[in-house]
Write a protein that binds this ligand. Structure first.
Ligand SMILES: Nc1ncnc2c1ncn2[C@@H]1O[C@H](COP(=O)(O)OP(=O)(O)OP(=O)(O)O)[C@@H](O)[C@H]1O
Ligand SMILES: [Mg+2]
Length: 909
């Protein structure tokens, strides 16, 4: 069981004690220069964070182990630091001092990290103290949380601030505690703090704290299931980090609980709370442990909502980027953590922020600049980060911003537009138009098509916008969202103002309606519509009814409102993202479309294919139904989209690269084009078909959010398969996974539209980017292992006929970093190609060996000689001559090859 919550919390929680006071010794340790070190490591690419975390965690685990061996426990981890407490009732001061001493020795002995990216010397600062301590549990229906506070914690942290590198500083009150009983050498820093010069080796306390009770179930009240299910050591993910501080007031617990609530509402993950010196610091992530789409938008909504609670006086720092994320820690205590420069930036931004500021980094800024009002603050040096960091202050969402506003030129889709226009024909004759389904995969252009259709129709038709939300799948969600904007409701308005806006709008509508039945119904509907937007009036009809009556009347009310609107002007009900629609809304639509022949409205349901590949349909009878299924764009059309972004003089190679990656999905094509542009990867004169590109973050999250919805087991199967390539053989995969039931699982994944069968033994990932994303999110360490496993498996399956798989073996061994074996197979592949007159293939293999591998002198000449022979054979005389010359001139070549080369060169001259 992963021990994410200290035992003291769980013990008290099961007894319903949410608050406890005790006296404790305290230890605060912080790794110095951590931010700088992370930054240096991350310059090596994201693998830097992985390698760094691996070494760092190793040391951290040992330090934590020391704490637990000495009867203490870790109350909180904060990035590169942690706080440990030793309850006075169960521990003696010697436990604290022994811990400090052992950790200090640990750093002396093992603080030097020898990594593949260089050697790093980890140093620490430590503070020790004593005092009153409190633990608090915050109960929340989504997720509980906890924190510790008190004199012990504050003073240990302040002591740490006074400590030099690798120093241990203790506070005056701790000194008073042991007074003369321990013969310790120390130096005075000031009246309140002392630097330890030498701790004697102290006798251990006899008590051993038992640690055998499990609180498995209760632990899950504190952390999401997905964390406990994680089997892997870590992953790479695009993460939004939100650090925020609020001041401690009497209502602190209430405020934190409300922030937890809001975090869940927007699909974020509330990680932890630390409280020191009357300030609570909360850490929230979006994008991990599981992700949703549009995390930057979600996080910004949360930030602004918290910001609007001015009484909190919050200060926030927010950043976005690809980081290492995973669990760390051993048996005694585990922690969920993210590591990367971005995380450190968010923490620093929070420190820079003033009251009610939301400081954001460049990546967040880029994502929000069109939709939000943002103020640029000057670039600043932040502690530990070498470059100046541009800082922005997020002010508010722009009211005039239309999320579905598209700037780039619309390409193709003429037939679909024509079909859509036809569907609106009945509206002209004041008739009901039925339903139109616009469907297809993510990013294929459904919203864009609807947008163009709307432009074509002009202003005579009123559009009602009813979006469904991926996270909030609550009852009547798209209708609620529509009603809020229809009745001019705003969270920042007072209740009274919202109520007035509602009344005004509905009275206004009533006045315009002549049909008595509808008019009367509107009056009856009022309290039901109001309830949907949280306007409640005692004694209203809504209040008088039981739930069933309320539900039925809500359906009538919605229908009535729409019919009323359609009597004023033709209406289109535009349901966006119906794949996320709740069941009550589905029933409402079924109700709304019954017996409405003479009301001019049309329903558009825009929908992705469902996760199981099924198509989304309402149960509607006897009404017009049109289905528009969008397919991928042609190569030429995709090129048009790219040219709109990159200009028409873009090279063929770039176009071909984008075509290969996007496979005609306009969203992918757009994102990749923008990525290339932003990262200056477009060199119009140069061939850059092979530029290595990272998958743009927006594509990455769309795909990872799909993978996150699968079970951990299926996800791991997909990740393993991704190592085998876009196409893979079932027998190889199943041997690798040692799983008998694999074909059932593979079919399950097929149903989820991740891959499809080419034939009985071979499968293909539906999209190249799904494979790439699944591959890239894995740690390098794991990838090496799986590549090795793949190589071994293929080797054994093709024992009798290895020539078929030389190429695969060379590739997998290379990725596994088993270079000797890789070289062997690359050469074999080259020879095999040569024997079969596949000359270019042979040359490619030989070149790969010569350019990328450390070969022995003999081997090098041998390969060069073979290369020369092929070049001569295919008539590349100059190149052949050069190759032979090089062999002859080289001191390393053996005599026999030299003689042969001289002869062949002579023939060519
Ligand atoms: N025919 C097109 N011409 C030009 N650009 C297009 C076209 N179709 C889609 N795009 C662009 O591709 C991007 C994705 O399109 P859109 O948002 O319509 O996809 P979607 O199918 O609604 O995806 P989702 O399921 O994620 O909502 C948009 O930026 C859009 O402008
Ligand atoms: Mg869409």
């Amino acid at each position: 069981m992963k021990k994410l919550v200290p035992k003291i919390i769980l013990e008290n929680y099961v007894k319903n004690n949410f608050h406890k006071r005790f006296e404790a010794y305290s230890l605060f340790i912080d790794i110095s220069g951590f931010t700088e070190m992370t930054e240096k490591m991350m310059k090596e690419g994201k693998e830097g964070a992985e390698v760094f975390s691996h070494h760092l965690n190793d040391l951290f685990d040992k330090a934590v182990d020391i704490i637990y061996k000495n009867n203490g426990f870790v109350s909180i981890f904060e990035g590169d630091s942690f706080t440990a407490l030793f309850k006075e009732k169960k521990c003696r001061i010697t436990d604290l001092l022994n811990s400090a001493n052992s950790i200090s020795n640990l750093f002396k002995e093992e603080g030097e990290l020898k990594t593949k990216f260089g050697i790093f010397r980890l140093k620490f600062n430590m503070g020790l103290s004593y005092g009153e301590t409190q633990m608090h549990i915050i109960e929340n229906k989504n997720q509980n949380s906890f924190y510790f506070e008190g004199e012990s914690i504050n003073k240990a942290a302040t002591a740490e601030k006074h400590s030099p590198q690798n120093g241990i500083v203790f506070s005056k009150n701790l000194f008073e505690k042991f007074n003369c009983s321990i013969n310790m050498k120390y130096r005075t820093i000031n009246d309140n703090f002392f630097l330890i010069e030498n701790i004697p080796v102290l006798e251990k306390t006899g008590t051993k704290i038992k640690n055998n009770r499990e609180y498995k179930k209760t632990m899950k009240d504190f952390y999401p299931e997905s964390i406990f299910n994680k089997k892997l050591k870590g992953e790479f993910r695009d993460v939004v980090t939100v650090f925020l501080t609020i001041e401690k007031t009497k209502k602190l617990k209430e405020h934190i609980s409300s922030i937890i609530e809001k975090t869940h509402k927007y699909g974020g993950y509330f990680n932890n709370i630390s409280l020191r010196n009357r300030k609570a610091c909360l850490l929230i992530y979006f994008g991990t442990p599981t992700t949703n789409e549009n995390i930057v938008q979600r996080a910004s909504k949360l930030a602004l909502e918290i910001h609007n609670l001015k009484k909190l006086n919050s200060k926030m720092g927010m950043s976005y980027g690809r980081v290492f994320t995973g669990l760390r820690g051993g048996e005694k205590r585990t922690d969920f953590t993210c590591l990367g420069t971005e995380i450190n930036i968010a923490a620093r931004l929070m420190q820079e922020a003033g009251k009610n500021d939301i400081f954001i980094d460049t990546n967040i800024y880029k994502n929000l600049k069109d939709s939000h009002q943002i103020k640029k603050i000057s670039a600043q040096y932040l502690k530990g980060i070498s470059k100046k960091v541009p800082i922005y202050n997020l002010i508010s969402r722009r009211k005039d911003f239309n999320k579905n506003f598209f700037k780039n030129k619309f390409i193709g889709r003429k037939k679909q537009i024509r079909k859509l226009i036809e569907t609106a024909d009945p509206l002209k004759e004041n008739k009901f138009g039925g339903i139109v389904y616009i469907e297809g995969t993510a990013g294929i252009g459904k919203t864009r098509l609807t947008y163009e259709f709307r432009k074509k129709l002009g202003n005579n038709i009123k559009w009602l916008y009813l979006p469904s939300n991926e996270i909030i799948r609550k009852s009547f969600n798209p209708f609620k969202s529509f009603l809020r904007s229809y009745f001019n409701q705003n969270e920042n308005n007072s209740q009274k103002q919202n109520r007035t806006n509602f009344e005004e709008k509905i009275n206004n509508l009533k006045q315009k309606i002549e049909e008595p039945e509808i008019k009367n119904e509107l009056e009856r509907s009022k309290s039901f519509l109001a309830a949907l937007i949280n306007i409640h009036k005692e004694n209203s009809l809504y209040y008088k009814l039981k739930p069933e009556g309320r539900y039925k009347n809500t359906l009538y009310a919605l229908k009535n409102l729409i019919l009323a609107e359609s009597l004023i002007h033709p209406v289109i009900l535009y349901f966006e993202d119906s794949q996320w629609m709740d069941n009550d809304s589905i029933s409402a639509i079924e109700h709304i479309t019954r017996d409405v022949k003479n009301y001019p409205f049309l329903i558009i349901s825009e929908c992705r294919f469902k996760e199981d590949g099924e198509k989304f349909r309402f149960r509607l009878n006897n009404i017009n139904k049109t289905v528009i299924t969008l397919q991928k764009l042609s190569r030429e059309r995709t090129a048009n989209i790219v040219e709109n972004i990159l200009g028409s003089d873009i090279s063929k190679e770039i176009l071909s690269l984008i075509w290969k990656k996007s496979e005609g999905n306009p969203f992918y094509a757009e994102q990749i084009a923008k990525y290339l542009k932003e990262n200056n990867l477009i060199n119009k004169n140069k061939k850059n078909d092979n530029v290595a590109i990272q998958i743009p973050d927006k594509i990455n999250t769309v795909i990872i959010s799909r993978l996150d919805k699968l079970t951990e087991e299926l996800k791991q199967i997909i990740q393993t398969a991704s190592v085998l390539g876009r196409e893979f053989y079932v027998n190889i995969l199943s041997r690798m996974l040692k799983n008998e039931n694999i074909s059932k699982k593979i079919k399950e994944i097929e149903k989820r539209n991740i891959w499809s069968a080419i034939n009985e033994i071979k499968y293909i990932f539906k999209h190249a980017l799904i494979r790439e994303t699944a591959y890239n999110m894995q740690l390098k360490e794991r990838l090496r292992k799986i590549h090795k496993l793949a190589a071994n498996t293929i080797e054994s399956i093709y024992k009798k006929n290895p020539a078929k798989v030389y190429g695969d073996l060379g590739y997998h061994y290379e990725k596994a970093e088993e270079y000797e074996k890789a070289a062997k197979y690359i050469e074999l592949e080259g020879n095999h190609a040569k024997d079969n007159y596949q000359n270019q293939k042979a040359l490619n293999n030989y070149d790969k060996l010569l350019n990328n591998y450390n070969l022995s002198n003999n081997k090098r000449t041998e390969i060069m000689f073979k290369k020369g022979i092929i070049l001569r054979f295919i008539g590349k005389v100059d190149k052949a001559k050069n190759t032979f010359k090089k062999i002859i001139e080289s001191n390393d070549s053996n005599q026999l090859t030299k003689i042969k080369s001289i002869r062949l060169l002579g023939e060519l001259l």
